[in-house]
Write a protein that binds this ligand. Structure first.
Ligand code: SF4
Length: 492
């Protein structure tokens, strides 16, 4: 398909919009018109003394349509008005020609509730919601969901202070690799991979010590700790203990509100590891079924049964864990609406404190896309799955407290964290809403330094792969010195 972008600067926005309707199409952008027999979307602008005439022409599967609109020179932001008018025209025409009405409308960003909070802060809640629905074309159901999340996020975000920070610990190892995974995570099926954990853990502890020093020198206050990856509980109990002890020894935990470790794969959960976590004050863990359908689990490369999830969950409860999250994914290959509904109902019966419902995203680096092509659910099926979760979870007493969207998610749908009152994962909100600095350690981790009182963020990237992290640790340690420089530039 060709996207003609004639005489305007909105090629990024128009391409993103086209991708909502044609997620798998190859889109060739041309800045000059040429005759073609291919499907095309033509977007153009003619600027004059009184304003801009905007035009969209479509030729898709033999259906042709064209429409125009005019934007008069205003007092406000003329470029923004032109961008929204052109996008609105294109969106409405694509809906009419394809028969698809994307529930998130023209929104392409990852944080709908953040956008809504910002609109609400500038325009007021009612006008912000109107803009969300009327200008951005967000469906009333999704706008209401975003508003619920925005209100819940307000309460969590209010806990963050200007000197607050959170610590993220990356453990990029898993027992096996899931077919949809696009993270830098190494399955430990080989001896070499298992040995690399032995080299990784002491260096991670060294980076924790460096990071704790920077936090202390700069007067930062620790709010939350989150271990992700990967599957942190891929580490053995003594390895976990070494990292946990380093954190307790180096950081001041007296202000810590929440300590999460993802124990995502039930085949990594043992009583010994749970006891080590509990002894180190870890209060929140994740045990992630993704689905309770054994054949779907096998299809996505997970070497465990649904029963093992239930067993791991019961074990965690018996070892005293009172705050457990479980993740589900809508749209997994071979999953059906009925089976997904059963997964949601089983998760509700298990009664974790939070349930996070993701929509499958088809990432280019995942095996699902590279080896198998897209075998995932179609957009209509995944929409019905997500709609079911969005109605069953509130009825079971869960409310939505955080949300994000990924590019290439099926049906352009969302990921939502649901929880019972008081079980919001603070880290998820702090990180997603960029409330404060996140100091991150480990391979693939990204430190985000947030200037106090300003909407300014700088990043320090760690090496992506464990072997690079191990071999080039000295360079990484040098990069971390920038934390001090940052807080000299932006003092607390
Ligand atoms: S458990 Fe998560 S990080 Fe590990 S392979 Fe599966 S999707 Fe990737």
């Amino acid at each position: 398909m060709i996207l003609f972008v004639i005489n305007h600067a909105f090629h990024y926005e128009t391409e993103k919009l086209a991708r909502i309707f044609f997620p798998c199409a190859s889109i060739d952008i041309k800045k000059e018109y040429c005759d073609t027999n291919e499907d095309f979307i033509l977007t153009s602008a003619k600027y004059g003394a009184s304003g801009a005439e905007l035009e969209v022409k479509l030729s898709l599967n033999g259906v042709c349509e064209e429409r125009k609109t005019f934007v008069a020179l205003p007092d406000g932001d003329f470029d923004k008005d032109c961008e929204l008018a052109l996008a609105g025209l294109m969106f409405d025409m694509l809906c009419s020609v394809t028969g698809k009405i994307p529930p998130w409308g023209m929104l392409t960003g990852v944080r709908p509730s953040k956008l809504l909070r910002s609109l609400r802060d500038t325009l007021g809640e009612a006008a912000g919601m109107r803009r969300f629905r009327d200008v951005m074309r967000v469906s009333p159901e999704k706008a209401a969901l975003a508003l619920s999340v925005a209100r819940a996020e307000d309460e969590t975000a209010a806990l963050s202070r200007r000197e607050s920070f959170s610590l993220y610990v990356s453990i990029p190892f898993c027992p096996t690799r899931c077919s949809y995974c696009s993270f830098v995570s190494h399955s430990i099926t080989s001896d070499a991979a298992r040995k690399s954990i032995d080299s990784y853990v002491p260096l991670l502890c060294e980076e924790i010590r460096l990071t704790a020093g920077a936090a202390k020198r700069n007067g930062l206050r620790l709010e939350s700790i989150y271990w992700g990856g990967g599957t942190p509980t891929t580490l053995s109990a003594p390895q976990l203990e070494m990292v946990l002890d380093t954190i307790s020894d180096c950081f001041d935990l007296s202000t810590l509100r929440e300590y999460t470790v993802e124990a995502g794969r039930p085949d990594t959960v043992t009583a010994e590891k749970l006891d080590v976590l509990k002894a180190a004050r870890v209060g929140r863990i994740s045990i992630n079924p993704q689905t309770f359908n054994d054949s779907v689990l096998a299809q996505i490369g997970r070497k465990h049964s649904a029963q093992l999830v239930l067993d791991a969950f019961a074990l965690a409860r018996s070892r005293g864990f009172e705050n457990i999250n479980t993740d589900l994914i809508a749209g997994l290959p071979t999953d059906t609406e009925e089976s997904f509904r059963n997964s949601v109902d089983t998760a509700i019966r298990m009664a974790p404190e939070s349930i996070t419902v993701h929509t499958l995203a088809l990432k280019r680096s995942s095996r699902l896309v590279t080896d198998e092509g897209s075998a995932a659910s179609d957009a209509e099926t995944v929409k019905n799955m997500v709609d079911y979760a969005n109605s069953a979870l509130p009825q079971a007493g869960y409310h939505p407290y955080y949300m994000y969207r990924q590019s290439k998610s099926l049906g352009n749908l969302e990921n939502v964290g649901w929880c019972v009152p008081g079980a919001e994962c603070l880290y998820n909100v702090f990180m997603m809403e960029e409330c404060h600095t996140v100091l991150s350690v480990g391979a693939g981790a990204v430190t985000k330094l947030k200037a106090p009182d300003e909407n300014h963020i700088e990043r320090i990237f760690n090496f992506k792969y464990p072997y690079e992290y191990i071999e080039r640790f000295g360079i990484l340690a040098d990069r971390k010195k920038y934390i001090d420089e940052f807080y000299q530039k932006y003092p607390l």
